[in-house]
Design a protein around this ligand. Structure first.
Ligand code: NAP
Length: 239
């Protein structure tokens, strides 16, 4: 399969790319930094293409998209891992500019790719968009960031609407609400390695998932935490 992955230069996007390459898929990844292809395991390097592209700069997105089309690389699945959790609150100050950055990466940086890829997916009645969101859309647990969960929640709602519009034309929009992710397994959360395996397997299955919460244990805790009054939650459960 051909898969587009945003935010492939580190964290979840890198692990998902490696998982896909190990399964023999072709991956086109993007990120802002220069990326040393040697980071990718030798066996997968020839099926991997990387473009330096800031997903908030439309001209760069369009240019990368045009390169993909010219190379005949219309993905079967597009996975959006690029994310921003920039602090937009500091002391007495709230910065609209910093909030805007969260919205531009987490929401608009996904939708600009949807705008470009959707006609191709509809043209062949097939394709999956996968948005990487967060469990903080259920119970807020971030301090100093008012734009992070808000932009992720907006993404979830956009994908819900897009599903209503297009899922009967063969195009699916999946949201993965992720809990805490770490390099190695810890008590709460999930390792990048396990998360990427679960996401890839789910996307390749015939189940046509819509909303997936990973890991399940943290999802149950998060939903239970919604029952705790905000005042108590803030005082006793937030750092
Ligand atoms: N880590 C967690 O515990 C956690 C929990 C819930 C949800 N999530 C979500 O899961 C996703 C992956 O998280 P992560 O932990 O893997 O994050 P990460 O390690 O910080 O990786 C983020 C990736 O996004 C890319 N990126 C950021 N801004 C970009 C832009 N403007 N244009 C293109 N690429 C951009 C970065 O590459 P460059 O720096 O090269 O641009 C990097 O590859 C994010 O959407 C995050 O919000 C994470």
């Amino acid at each position: 399969m051909r898969i587009f992955v945003s935010g492939t230069s580190s964290g979840l996007g890198l692990h998902i790319s490696e998982e896909l390459l190990s399964q023999g898929d072709y991956v086109w990844g993007i990120g802002r930094r220069e990326f040393d292809i040697e980071i990718i395991r030798k066996s997968g390097q020839e099926n991997f293409k990387y473009s330096q592209c800031d997903t908030t700069v439309y001209s760069q997105v369009k240019n990368t998209f045009e390169q993909m089309v010219e190379s005949g690389f219309i993905p079967d699945i597009a996975i959006f891992c690029a994310g921003s959790a920039t602090e937009d609150i500091a002391g007495n100050d709230f910065s609209l500019d910093k909030l805007r950055k969260n919205v531009e990466v987490n929401l608009l940086g996904v939708l600009s790719w949807v705008e470009l890829l959707l006609p191709h997916f509809l043209g062949r009645n097939r394709g999956t968009f996968a948005g990487i969101s967060s469990m903080s859309t259920f119970r807020e647990n971030h301090r100093k960031r008012i734009g992070y969960s808000a932009s992720k929640l907006a993404l979830n709602k956009c994908f819900e609407n897009l599903r209503l519009e297009y899922s009967d034309r063969g195009v699916n929009f999946v949201i993965f609400n992720m809990g805490r992710m770490t390099k190695t397994r810890e008590l709460i959360g999930v390792s990048y390695e396990k998360a990427s395996r679960l996401i890839v397997n789910m996307l390749k299955s015939d189940r046509r998932p819509t909303v997936v919460n990973i890991p399940r244990s943290q999802f149950l805790l998060t939903r239970a935490a919604e029952l705790i009054p905000e005042k108590l939650f803030r005082r006793y459960l937030m750092g």
